[in-house]
Design a binder for this molecule. Structure first.
Ligand SMILES: Cc1cc2nc3c(=O)[nH]c(=O)nc-3n(C[C@H](O)[C@H](O)[C@H](O)COP(=O)(O)OP(=O)(O)OC[C@H]3O[C@@H](n4cnc5c(N)ncnc54)[C@H](O)[C@@H]3O)c2cc1C
Length: 451
């Protein structure tokens, strides 16, 4: 016997939970179907959430114990690895910089269950079930098949992340290994005090532990586009969370495997000392959408179905804020579902409104292919090579006691090879900054328009 609802949501991640909350608050009978034993169990992302935004989405978030002891990001370190040659560049953001402090490290296996619980408190139901297919009535999706039976509703939402179970079954999303990155996540445990010593952490005036070196990012080594980042958490029992990702198709084409990349990387300077003093706990794999590789799905709705978050390719692993895209779309979908249910209007035009509404936000601009393009096509390694030479020259001349005008004059020719690249990179940065401002404004406006 099939269960009947107003809204069936596949997946209890950032998009599914917010969609559930807003639809339930709008009076719908909602179910979230989650394949994991508890929400977040299968999620391997780090992660950083915007604190104020999370509090607006989920009141009480900032007071939860699961935030205790997490590090505050005091800076970003960046390493570029052309031709497997390790180069390190520190990009230190001063302590107190607002954007960094706004970023809250979380463990998703702790936050997702709490968030799902809030959606349940708002009136949604949570059922642990794995969705295997859509149920059709002609060309309309009217429910889903699961290992716990069928769930029927006039509105179905695919919030299943990169698996895009309904996206694939309906043909709305269709990507292969050329669009996907394979992620490998290692968890280590170190002695917290030793970790503090190695990472030079300190406590700010508010008692937050700040870590300058917590986040080395690697990128590059064309043609095997890949990256990695690491978060050390002395205040969380010395947990070290290290993630490496590489484009699946490039791994196949170049006959490399992510373990080789990982082994090479674990011996790199920022990681080696830390990991030598730690114990391996476990590792797991996860596929993730890759920025401009996957790209937004061309159509995010059809009769009976809306598709959002990672399931629709709305992911930006490079800037790491895919959860924001998912959450913003979840809010839009949940509110729209409530309107549709009240009006008993399940026409295709109403489903199309989902796409119209998210397209009015910053989301279309959040697709920042410039970043990946600059990385993948190599502009950035040309720039970094020049920077490298120029900085070497700077220190050499400085120690030889040359005057600053003379030093700068001798450095300038080093930048000639990159003059052509400057507009490309400047263009990418302008786009990213413009989108960032619009994103912040739109996100808050989305919630302010709450009923
Ligand atoms: C390594 C890594 C680091 C990241 N860091 C950040 C970060 O710092 N900040 C940020 O904003 N974003 C980050 N992201 C991106 C972010 O995790 C995603 O964009 C976001 O989780 C997408 O939310 P979602 O709701 O679309 O999907 P998900 O979070 O993937 O949730 C999907 C849910 O659906 C469930 N599910 C899947 N298939 C089925 C099925 N067949 N039946 C039932 N349930 C199913 C899953 O178990 C899961 O709970 C990171 C991603 C990765 C991989």
């Amino acid at each position: 016997m099939a269960e009947k609802y107003d809204v069936v949501i596949v997946g209890a991640g950032p998009s599914g939970t917010l969609a559930a909350k807003h639809a339930a608050q709008g009076g719908c009978k909602v179910v979230m179907l989650e394949r994991a034993a508890i929400p977040g169990q299968k999620n391997m992302s780090g992660s950083y959430f915007f604190k104020t935004w999370m509090e607006e989405c989920w009141p009480g978030f900032v007071d939860q114990d699961f935030l205790d002891g997490h590090i505050k990001l005091g800076g970003v370190q960046f390493a570029w690895t052309p031709d497997n040659d390790y180069k390190f560049y520190g990009m230190i953001v001063q302590p107190g910089a607002e954007t960094m402090y706004e970023m809250q490290t979380v463990f998703r296996n702790e936050t997702d269950p709490w968030v799902a619980e809030q959606a349940v408190k708002a009136g949604a139901e949570l059922v642990c079930a794995t969705v295997s297919d859509a149920i059709w009535d002609g060309d309309r999706v009217v429910g889903v098949k699961t290992d716990k039976g069928d769930f029927m509703a006039p509105i179905v939402m695919d919030c299943s992340g990169l698996h895009a179970i309904l996206g694939k079954r309906t043909g709305l999303t269709n990507w292969g290994p050329d669009k996907v990155m394979l992620g490998l996540k290692y968890i280590f445990k170190g002695d917290p005090d030793e970790l503090r010593r190695l990472m030079n952490t300190y406590f700010d005036d508010e008692g937050n532990e700040v870590d300058y070196g917590a986040f080395p990012i690697f990128a590059g080594n064309r043609p095997e586009f890949w990256g990695a980042h690491c978060v050390c958490e002395p205040g969380r029992d010395g947990t070290i969370n290290l993630i490496i990702y590489q484009c699946l198709a490039e791994m196949i084409a170049n006959k490399t495997n992510i373990h080789q990349r990982a082994q090479w990387m674990l011996n790199m300077p920022p990681y080696k000392n830390i990991l030598d003093a730690s114990d391996f706990v476990y590792c797991n794999f996860h596929c993730l959408a890759s920025g401009d590789l996957v790209g937004y799905t061309k159509k995010s709705y059809m009769k009976g179905l809306m598709i959002m978050g990672d399931a629709g390719g709305f992911a930006q692993p490079l800037d790491n804020f895919g959860a924001n895209c998912a959450q913003a779309q979840g809010i839009i979908a949940g509110k729209l579902a409530a309107e549709m249910t009240k009006a008993k209007d399940f026409s295709e035009e109403k489903f199309a409104e989902f796409e119209e509404r998210w397209k009015e936000t910053w989301l279309p601009e959040d697709n920042v292919p410039e970043v990946n393009r600059v990385m993948r096509e190599g502009s950035i390694d040309v720039v970094i090579d020049c920077m490298d030479e120029a900085m070497n020259l700077f220190f050499q001349k400085k120690f030889e006691n040359y005057s600053y005008p003379a030093i700068i004059g001798s450095m300038l020719p080093k930048f000639l090879p990159v003059m052509g690249e400057v507009p490309v990179i400047a263009g990418a940065m302008t786009g990213i900054l413009r989108t960032g401002v619009k994103k912040a404004t739109d996100m808050m406006a989305l919630l302010a328009s709450d009923d």
